[in-house]
Design a protein around this ligand. Sequence first.
Ligand SMILES: CC(C)(COP(=O)(O)OP(=O)(O)OC[C@H]1O[C@@H](n2cnc3c(N)ncnc32)[C@H](O)[C@@H]1OP(=O)(O)O)[C@@H](O)C(=O)NCCC(=O)NCCSC(=O)C[C@@](O)(CC(=O)O)C(=O)O
Ligand SMILES: [Mg+2]
Length: 291
Amino acid sequence: MKKLRRSMLFIPGSNAAMLATSFVYRPDSVMFDLEDAVSLREKDSARLLVMHALQLSAYDGIEKVVRINPLDTLYGLSDLEAAVRGGADVIRLPKTDRPEDLYELEEQITRIEKECGRVEGSTGTMAAIESATGVVNAVDIACCSKRLIGIALAAFDYVMDMQTERGDGTELFYARCAILHAARVAGIDAFDVVYPDVNNDEGFLEEVSLIRKLGFNGKSLINPRQIELLHNAYAPSQEDVDYAHRVITAARQAEDKGLGVIALNGKMIDAPIINRAHSVIERANASGIRH
Ligand SMILES: CC(C)(COP(=O)(O)OP(=O)(O)OC[C@H]1O[C@@H](n2cnc3c(N)ncnc32)[C@H](O)[C@@H]1OP(=O)(O)O)[C@@H](O)C(=O)NCCC(=O)NCCSC(=O)C[C@@](O)(CC(=O)O)C(=O)O
Ligand SMILES: [Mg+2]
């Protein structure tokens, strides 16, 4: 069963209380942030707090991602040392513009893994794409490293680079499609942007409905109240599950009769529809039914 990565909750690395308790929200992944949620004067203390949080067994079963500062800043390499040595599952590299950014990251991770005795290759990476250059290079970025588990669009820096602002999503249309296609070409996951208005459930759910239909695996989140809403919206409905069972039964009967393509209630059923039916059942088993 493929790992679910619907929700990736940003937790500011400088907030000791949030770091110590956020496992209770059970997102698919937590993202301990050392970059933009942390002020310059708190960078060093946040790194220590995150290293400590990585050791907490209460996070077992939740993927632990650390967003480091870019490697060309004063903090990036120290962040990476702490995150890899601390046992992060995945390093999120912000502001990834080209494959070279990841080559450098990968080289450093391999060195640190060797030095601290971690299994070589056990630290995953993900690239956040936050500029027009990054979007244009998305396929090259997505395909450039075996460590990459996914790529994410980061809307706030991206819209600044594009000289526009966050709105109804029109401003993200091309970038979302480009990131998704790049992820699918590379066979990795695609993550959508954070939704900043934490009190607007209706707006959040509209955005989730759009990105689910487009095909994103999930979304970066900034508030725990968004997790349950997202997981529920990503779960298949009872109707979807019932239909998937009917498709699988019809497909088995067709196979017994030696038929390739059949119809169910006037609709063609062939291999892609049968594969989709299996994936609906798998998702229902993993995430429950939408309520
Ligand atoms: C938004 C708000 C201030 C609202 O506060 P509020 O106080 O109104 O929240 P409430 O709902 O009232 O909190 C109820 C309870 O949940 C606790 N709680 C809240 N948030 C929690 C959380 N995140 N983790 C754990 N716990 C949490 C809270 O402590 C309380 O606990 P308790 O007191 O015990 O009941 C707060 O959520 C928050 O700080 N969010 C994180 C913001 C952040 O990380 N920004 C940086 C990442 S984006 C970026 O950098 C842009 C990007 O780079 C993105 C990209 O790359 O994709 C790009 O370019 O686009
Ligand atoms: Mg950003």
